[in-house]
Design a protein around this ligand. Structure first.
Ligand code: SF4
Length: 711
């Protein structure tokens, strides 16, 4: 039997009623865990009919971005997955058959047990893309099954900066925005990627807080900055070292801190003495006077905070060391772990600092790493694997599938898998298709789902119970505000049920989700029952107090106990201990850039999408219909390209057809394209192996390309 995997109901039509209906409390979890906006929902006859921002919620105070405002179109999207489905015949044949949950889970369990018996549990990969809320439980399932290979999308997002912070300070802190007087924002555009911060940032600006923006593009944040350093993509390390030179030359650094608490300052001084500001100007393209001005503004305004992005600085082949160079700035200027600087608060649950301690690690890790075989990527990216949470490295997966070394991989159990996340996405897809068994759980019948053996329909945040922690010391445990669409289910229930079919129910509280939440929240004395009594959420009682300058009590949690300008760990591993600057492999300064003279900068997001999500939602899709390539008018005129002309964007790996958007927001010599589109897929243009040797992060943001007009 063949049936369509998408919703065949008539397209949803907006219904402007509301009024007397009770307001149900929930939140939007479409984007990153630091946002997640409180929502007031209205429901009629079991159908969601209206959403609005929850005024009393500290994350969004009544606002919603376009994605959240389009929640109805998201929940009732035409391509929503409605049933568990199995693909009969060849992958990609579209011969889908609807099956029951019981049958789907039985098929999955029997195939996984078969594969485990034949090849070992490590041959099965458990992968989490977006959303992130169920991750500790998926890792528990992987480890309970015996596989070390729990992998996530964090292999290309946030983990490289996290590890860079660990190697330098042992931990790192977010910018303490309410108390800062100067914000150095290094390549992040929170107006697009973390829109719940927008209001507070604009308020800071109105209060006279100084903004410095470092960004290869004139972003909407950079437009508001006192100073914008528009650097050549991938030269962040050279710029940071140039600023450090000024801080040292002009004695704007914190000498007490440096003497007592740093390792490697003399090596740093030697290096920067050999690298004058003229060098930094040549590398970055930023005038030396501007570098000096930025260093003075950051070094002389106290307190000053550094804001970095989860990936912009590290999506280069030299990104890890570039990021380390940037991270030296708060320590050298005495802005580390102080009010208004970069304040270190403990992560309590899923990347957030809610102040409510949890048993997250205990839930995640039911086996020690010593009890498990080596993870994928441990041989190639040992530092990342050792100093990030114990995950497998997703970027190493296709290479191990191809080589079968150190052991073969046979099955992939995905939750929110998008094969186009990988550089050289065709290479990843091809390697994925060589596996014996492929499953994906998703909200929508995506491009990736087409290639699976089995797909499982997930529920949105409106249809499930979800526990959420916020940095603003706020907690929420939601109840579904509508029944799941058709046969979709909460990811957590799916994981618990997979565990039952694999004989692991004892590890999963015998299917009792509330018991799992009770255990998770035990260190802060909350129970699921208590949290449910506050459907709108609650401020954490007695949140953990962090204090400042914690290193003064027990030193930094690094090998030397100091802030490591020269990293002991990197030195021992054979890498540069000092974050010296090296040009990326695809540099515009290479000897022969003649065929590919431009630099392609990609991997960025637009505010109406989140990576590959929301392109199926009309309100969002209407805001950006064409695949636009931002290009400086001077580069366009050299190529006889006019506004809105269709052009070929080409690298040595291939070419895609895109539309020229002539704009001064990008520098001459640089073109920019946002990521996440299914077609044309910009990741096809990147070599699969174009990876930072330390972090394994792909060089999405600086590779050589050419642009020509389509005839
Ligand atoms: S998508 Fe928009 S509304 Fe939803 S959590 Fe993110 S910022 Fe908030």
């Amino acid at each position: 039997m063949c049936c369509p995997p998408w919703n065949t109901d008539e397209e949803f039509e907006d219904d402007d009623r509301g009024g007397e209906m009770p307001i149900l409390k929930t939140f939007c979890s479409i984007c990153n865990p630091h946002s997640h906006c409180g929502i007031n929902a209205r429901v009629e006859n079991g159908r969601l009919i209206e959403v609005e921002g929850m005024l009393e919620h500290p994350a969004n105070e009544g606002t919603l971005c376009v994605k959240g405002a389009a929640s109805l179109q998201y929940v009732y999207a035409k391509n929503r997955l409605k049933y568990p489905m199995i693909q009969r015949g060849e992958r990609g044949s579209k011969n889908w058959e609807r099956i029951s949950w019981e049958e789907a889970l039985s098929v999955i369990a029997s195939r996984l047990i078969e594969i485990r018996d034949q090849y070992g549990p490590e041959s099965v990969i458990f992968f989490a893309g977006y959303p992130k809320w169920f991750r500790p439980f998926l890792q528990r399932l992987a480890h309970g099954f015996g596989s070390p290979n729990y992998a996530t999308e964090s292999s290309v997002c946030s983990s490289s900066p996290t590890v860079a912070g660990k190697l330098t300070y042992g931990y790192f802190g977010r910018p303490d925005l309410p108390k800062t007087r100067c914000l150095l924002n290094w390549s992040s555009n929170p107006f697009y990627t973390n829109s719940t911060l927008t209001r507070s940032l604009l308020d800071l600006r109105e209060k006279g807080v100084k903004f410095i923006s470092v960004d290869p593009r004139l972003s909407s944040f950079a437009e508001k900055a006192d100073l914008h350093l528009q650097l050549r993509p991938g030269t962040d390390g050279a710029l940071a070292l140039g600023m450090i030179r000024v801080l040292i030359e002009e004695k704007l650094y914190d000498r007490d801190f440096v003497e007592k608490w740093t390792l490697g300052f003399d090596e740093l001084v030697d290096y920067i003495e050999e690298h004058p500001l003229e060098w930094a100007e040549k590398m970055t393209g930023v005038q030396k006077e501007k570098i000096r001005e930025a260093a003075r503004l950051y070094g002389m305004t106290k307190p000053a905070a550094l804001m970095t992005s989860a990936s912009s600085t590290t999506h280069h082949l030299n990104g890890f060391q570039n990021h380390r160079a940037i991270l030296l700035l708060p320590g050298l200027t005495g802005n580390f772990d102080i009010p208004g600087g970069n304040w270190v608060e403990p992560i309590t649950y899923l990347y957030t600092t809610s102040g409510a301690p949890t048993n997250e690690e205990k839930i995640r890790l039911v086996k020690t790493l010593k009890e498990l075989p080596p993870r994928i990527g441990e041989d190639r990216f040992p530092i990342w694997c050792r100093y990030y949470t114990p995950e497998a490295h997703s970027m190493a997966i296709p290479f191990q599938i191809k080589s079968g070394k150190p052991y073969p991989l046979k099955a992939f159990i995905g939750f929110g898998l998008n094969y186009r996340m990988w550089p050289g996405s065709d290479f990843f897809k091809e390697s994925l298709l060589s596996l014996d068994f492929l499953v994906n759980t998703d909200l929508f019948f995506t491009d990736t789902c087409q290639w699976m053996d089995l797909v499982l329909p997930a529920a949105t945040s409106f249809e499930r119970t979800e526990l959420k922690h916020w940095n603003s010391k706020y907690l929420m445990l939601t109840s579904p505000v509508i029944n799941p669409v058709e046969k979709s289910r909460s990811d957590l229930e799916i994981i618990f049920d997979m565990a039952r079919h694999l004989g692991l129910e004892n590890l999963f509280w015998n299917g009792n989700v509330d018991a799992a939440i009770d255990e998770l929240m035990a260190p802060s004395n909350y129970t699921a029952e208590e949290l449910r009594k506050c459907p709108e959420g609650t401020y954490v009682r007695n949140p953990l107090k962090s204090g400042y300058k914690k290193y003064e009590k027990s030193g930094f949690p690094t090998p030397s106990g100091k802030m490591e300008i020269t990293s002991t760990i990197l030195r021992e591993a054979g890498f540069d201990a000092l974050p010296i600057y090296r040009e990326p492999r695809h540099s515009s300064l290479s000897k022969d850039p003649s065929n590919y003279p431009l630099i392609l900068n990609t991997g960025s997001r637009l505010p109406m999408f989140i990576h590959s999500e929301m392109h199926n939602v009309p309100w969002c899709e209407e805001l950006r219909k064409d695949p636009l390539l931002d290009m400086n008018p001077s580069d366009a005129s050299e190529r006889d390209i006019g506004p809105d002309d269709w052009v070929w964007l080409e690298t040595p790996r291939g070419k895609i057809r895109v539309k020229a958007n002539l704009t001064e927001t990008v520098l001459p010599g640089v073109v920019h394209m946002a990521h996440g589109l299914q077609e044309p897929d910009v990741n096809l243009l990147i070599e699969p192996d174009y990876l930072d040797p330390i972090s394994g992060f792909p060089g999405f943001k600086s590779l050589r390309c050419q642009v020509t007009k389509v005839d």
